[in-house]
Design a protein around this ligand. Structure first.
Ligand SMILES: Nc1ncnc2c1ncn2[C@@H]1O[C@H](COP(=O)(O)OP(=O)(O)OP(=O)(O)O)[C@@H](O)[C@H]1O
Ligand SMILES: N[C@@H](CCC(=O)N[C@@H](CS)C(=O)NCC(=O)O)C(=O)O
Length: 708
């Protein structure tokens, strides 16, 4: 069994902040749907990090067989973890997340999934908020539409009461003071309505922000929990970094779609209907047709141009990622670059990608200019045409000058939310793709799951037996790993498993923990087939010291406490003493509150392994499993640990996987495994008495240690 624990040291550590592009700092906000707040990107990074770490700790714990190259986390480029519309100029374009694809999800399922969060069954507070936000939205739109009306009335009032010379003193109707009072009131109302509409929009944002944030939180939590409930095989076959991106983007996608719907698409449609109806009723059907026609042409033009220019953004994002990776790779290889005097070469290589970025970026901005200019022309032509029509009606005596101002105001206001249509379209499309990835993971079912009404496994020291009955297993069809394996470990006994690399030792542990199901045969614990019992209770009955001790990026105390969060600090320290860790920890600058660093890289391999042992001791389960528990220890520590292990395993059933035979000499039974089959079995003395493979191995190891 190879020890991959120490090799973690060579793994890539993501730099905390490498800002390679100044643009990445200049976040772009989509004004009409700006419910991100300034802390969003920081939070995203933190959430991303926490999720990635938790999942990677999970997969690394159980993923000893994957080689280090596969296990390396793909470095996250900063831009890929920024929320939507914080990316350079707006959307990110879908990267290849095929590694995390799950089941196919229909649009209906996605809408239903989304509604569960925005209109939750048992949360009246959220429902009230959504209703209030919609009410505010309708009120704001009505107020907005009334603004041009107030202007119209003010102009008409002035116009009707002024003399033809325009001299205010030569009023034709009411007294000048009265006219002024009426006009002032109308114009003050104009200002109040404008301000009130803006105020209601802000209030609506504030009311809905909490719904959106709560749904993001709930979704992220649910997906996270779901990921933990999925099979080990799911995690082994997927990239952890990509998984965390799926959660992040998917939940943000939902937020984006909701926000775009509630704040942009639906209100704009509402306003369009309102404006067209008013224009139709008040000014005639030509005006209604004009506004409808304008919006239709505008929409078609925007969608077409947006589709055409999306490829420039794709090139830009690709070049950005490439440049980020090149710079990162070059900086990681800092020493190598120096050894070979290749600084200029590296800079030129980097510059080539920057050139690509520059070209794509220029195309993006010039195509944006085309889009914006075209959109502007469509509205300008419409407004001009509408005013010419109005002027004609005024001349014919069917409309007033106030009506002309009203038509202008209504159409101008309509153009405002439509100014972001292209971005909203692009972002919503992207959000739907992101949501699809997330919902399809949510639709993945774990293949190992509890039977309905599965019984709790109640294992005590007295009945803590383990039995493998004719167990066969293979990870892939046609490649058997365990071959008709049978053995029994009685309560309180210590069994050892010895065998070459790849002989299937760790697989036995994975089957015991029910990370996989045997192809045939049965596994019994405490006399119960583990297939029939509750998985949680099964895993509670065993404590494991894994081959690869990966720690959480927290303090030693936190990592030890992880064995059993319900235990007190003094019990944690007691466990650390039993695992011969206490003395090493007290020598550290912050003692138990020393940070262990990402994946525990800041403490030694031996210390990490003792943390694992201590937390297994803390878990205090009737069955203890050691997968090469002493592999990272020097001989002196090993002796101490062995003492500790003997103490820990006293009265407990234990299974020890070991390469160093000295560590399992006292086992009640030793199994020698080859190609998933037991080739020799017996206790140390019995095996030594025969001319066994074990005795040969023992002698070789004794010779080696004597030579040392
Ligand atoms: N998830 C997996 N998918 C496919 N094959 C796997 C998987 N995990 C392990 N294997 C293969 O199964 C075989 C047994 O693996 P296992 O980890 O049980 O060996 P081991 O005896 O513990 O080896 P080592 O001493 O090197 O840890 C190996 O050939 C390994 O490549
Ligand atoms: N009027 C255009 C552009 C709107 C706009 O300015 N969008 C912001 C993002 S919310 C932006 O920076 N876009 C850059 C781009 O589209 O390249 C449209 O309808 O899409």
């Amino acid at each position: 069994m190879s020890n991959t624990g120490s090799s973690n040291k060579g793994q890539y550590q993501r730099p905390s902040s490498v800002v390679l592009f100044p643009q990445q700092v200049n976040k772009n906000r989509c004004a009409p749907i700006s419910n991100h707040n300034d802390t969003d990107d920081v939070n995203t990074e933190v959430t991303d990090r926490v999720i990635e770490e938790a999942i990677s700790t999970y997969s690394v714990h159980h993923n000893n067989v994957l080689n280090n190259h596969q296990k390396k986390l793909k470095p996250l480029n900063r831009s890929t973890i920024l929320p939507t519309c914080y990316h350079i100029g707006g959307a990110h374009i879908q990267e290849d997340l095929t590694t995390v694809e799950g089941k196919n999800v229909t649009g209906k399922e996605m809408i239903f999934g989304m509604l569960q969060y925005i209109w939750p069954k048992n949360d009246m507070v959220i429902r009230k908020r959504v209703t209030l936000a919609l009410g505010l939205l309708a009120a704001a739109k009505v107020l907005n539409v009334s603004v041009p009306f107030l202007l119209k009335y003010a102009i008409d009032e002035l116009n009707e009461n002024l003399g033809s010379s325009g001299d205010a003193l030569l009023t034709m109707g009411s007294a000048p003071e009265t006219v002024l009072t009426v006009v002032s009131t109308l114009l003050i109302s104009y200002g109040v309505c404008r301000a009130a509409a803006a105020g209601m929009n802000e209030l609506r944002n504030a009311v809905f922000a909490s719904v959106a944030q709560q749904s993001i939180r709930k979704i992220s939590r649910n997906v996270f929990l779901h990921l933990h409930n999925l099979d080990l095989s799911f995690h082994l076959s997927r990239q952890t970094g990509a998984l965390s991106k799926v959660i992040d983007r998917g939940s943000r996608g939902i937020n984006f779609v909701l926000t775009a719907m509630v704040f942009n698409i639906v209100p704009t449609l509402f306003e369009l209907t309102l404006v067209s109806t008013i224009l139709g009723l008040k000014c005639g059907y030509e005006f209604a047709a004009l506004s409808f026609g304008c919006v239709s042409i505008y929409t078609a033009y925007t969608l077409l141009v947006t589709q055409w220019r999306t490829k420039f953004r794709l090139y830009m994002n690709q070049a950005e990622n490439e440049a980020g990776n090149k710079a990162m790779d070059s900086l990681i290889n800092y020493e190598t670059v120096k050894y070979f005097n290749n600084e200029l070469y590296e800079a030129n290589r980097y510059d080539k990608v920057l050139q690509k970025f520059e070209t794509a970026s220029l195309k993006t901005s010039s195509s944006l200019a085309v889009l914006n200019f075209g959109q502007n022309i469509i509205f300008s032509v419409t407004i001009s045409a509408a005013m010419i029509l109005a002027a004609k009606q005024i001349v014919e005596g069917n409309m007033t000058i106030g009506d002309l101002a009203m038509v202008n105001g209504l159409l101008f206001q309509l153009s405002m939310p439509l100014g972001f249509l292209g971005s909203v379209y692009r972002e919503v499309r992207q959000a739907l793709i992101d949501m699809q990835s997330m919902f399809s993971i949510m639709a993945c079912d774990p293949s190992v799951k509890n039977l309905e009404n599965a019984a709790q496994l109640a294992v005590t020291k007295e009945n803590a037996s383990i039995e493998f009955r004719n167990v066969c297993f293979g990870y892939q069809n046609g490649k058997p790993i365990l071959n008709n394996l049978s053995f029994v470990v009685s309560p309180g006994q210590k069994m050892a498993i010895v065998g070459g690399s790849g002989s299937g030792k760790s697989t036995i542990i994975r089957l015991l923990f029910r990370f996989f199901e045997p192809t045939s045969g049965e596994i019994l614990i405490g006399g119960k087939n583990i297939k029939d019992v509750d998985i949680d209770s099964l895993r509670k009955s065993m404590a494991v010291v894994p081959q690869d001790s990966v720690l959480f990026h927290d303090t030693i105390m936190y990592n030890l406490h992880y064995g059993d969060m319900s235990k007190s600090e003094s019990e944690v320290i007691e466990a650390a003493k039993l695992a011969e860790l206490h003395n090493s920890v007290t020598k550290l600058p912050n003692g138990y509150f020393t940070q262990v660093g990402e994946r525990g890289l800041m403490i030694s391999g031996g210390e990490k392994q003792r943390v694992s042992i201590a937390r297994a001791i803390l878990k205090d389960s009737p069955i203890l499993i050691f997968d090469e528990a002493t592999s990272s220890l020097d001989s002196i520590t090993e002796q101490n640990i062995l003492k500790a292990l003997r103490r820990a395993t006293k009265d407990k059933t234990s299974v020890c996987i070991a390469h160093r035979l000295s560590t399992i000499k006292d086992a009640d039974e030793i199994l020698i495994l080859r190609n998933g089959q037991i080739v020799e079995r017996g206790n140390h003395q019995m095996l030594m008495d025969n001319a066994s493979e074990y005795s040969e191995l023992w002698n070789i190891q004794q010779d080696t240690s004597e030579k040392k």
